[in-house]
Design a protein around this ligand. Structure first.
Ligand code: SF4
Ligand SMILES: [Zn+2]
Length: 315
């Protein structure tokens, strides 16, 4: 089982980032809990690398080695908002955990909260083990509704302990209950084809089981992420046949079936989807279909193409 030392040893170099600038921002739409489309701004905040070293994680690429300097995050939020139009919701993605004091110094929470006064929903990422009073304090500081996104990743009993995420299903359930009982909205990230599960059919079934588990914990939104190589250790696992990237067909099947559970919103991550398909004829249409399903939260007519034989064969 890869440990933090091996995971970091196999990494390619980090990118160069400025602690006083977000490393990215975007404006998009997503449906709210009532199905109405809302405008969403996302800031990708530059901050100290996450102290967890999950096997599949590549978020460390745009992070700092040292604790984030005081004042840097409010300045990044101020700068980032200046680049973006108005929106109802804001996502502060920090490649780690918003309530990790070394990543987002709590001395800046009040300033951040005031910069976000115009937003009705504020989403941040956080590890299930870091869901504590800092989260409820921040909910009180902001004017809008706080939503916390947590990685559940997988509930397969042989996979979750090997991801180096350092959580159990119980930790995830407890964190969800804590957030929900404090009036905080919740979202889960779930992997399709995590490492250490290489049977394509089992990957589809276990991804769906994780979505069902998350909804059973009361999670409001599940985001399905196709697992990608590219962080060093995942490329090694790919070579050793301990990891098989998902096909686009598998993502389509999981997304169709997860939407039909009907217990909450489900999103499929469509970033870099070309990597999961080798058919140049249908990729654009299939990407558009998934994008529209994200927006409409319903299963749309499948794209027909001669490359699609079954979800597992047809890439
Ligand atoms: S907790 Fe999240 S950010 Fe941290 S290593 Fe794991 S996946 Fe990456
Ligand atoms: Zn095709």
């Amino acid at each position: 089982m890869p440990d933090s030392q091996l995971i970091t040893k196999l990494r390619p170099p980090k990118k160069s980032v400025d602690p006083f600038r977000p490393y990215g921002w975007l404006h998009e739409q997503e449906p709210g809990p009532d199905g109405r489309l809302v405008d969403v701004n996302t800031l990708f905040l530059t901050n100290k690398e996450c102290s967890f070293k999950c096997v599949m994680c590549d978020l460390w690429k745009d992070t700092l080695d040292e604790p984030t300097p005081d004042g840097a995050i409010p300045e990044q939020v101020r700068f980032g908002l200046d680049q973006l139009p108005d929106a109802e919701m804001i996502k502060l993605y920090n490649n780690g955990n918003f309530f990790d004091k070394k990543a987002i110094p709590p001395g800046g929470h009040e300033k951040i909260a005031r910069l976000l006064d115009g937003y009705s929903t504020v989403l941040v990422e956080n590890h299930p083990k870091l869901c504590n009073q800092s989260v409820t304090d921040f909910q009180k500081q902001i004017c809008g509704q706080l939503e916390v996104a947590m990685g559940l990743e997988s509930i397969h009993p042989d996979v979750l302990p090997r991801l180096n995420k350092q959580i159990t299903k119980t930790d995830f359930r407890k964190a969800s209950e804590f957030l929900i009982s404090n009036g905080i909205q919740t979202r889960a990230f779930i992997l399709l084809n995590p490492p250490f599960l290489t049977d394509p059919r089992k990957n589809i079934e276990w991804c769906l089981k994780a979505v069902e588990f998350a909804f059973d914990c009361g999670i409001g939104t599940c985001s399905i992420i196709p697992t990608r190589p590219g962080n060093g250790i995942m490329d090694q696992l790919l070579e050793d046949e301990d990891f098989v990237p998902p096909t686009l067909g598998a993502l389509e099947e999981v997304f169709d079936r997860a939407l039909q559970i009907g217990q909450g919103r489900v999103f499929a991550d469509t970033w870099d989807l070309e990597k999961f398909s080798d058919c140049p004829y249908c990729i654009e249409a299939r990407k558009n279909r998934l994008h529209n399903m994200n927006l409409q939260q319903m299963v749309l007519q499948p794209v027909k193409c001669s490359c699609k034989r079954s979800p597992l064969e047809g890439r």
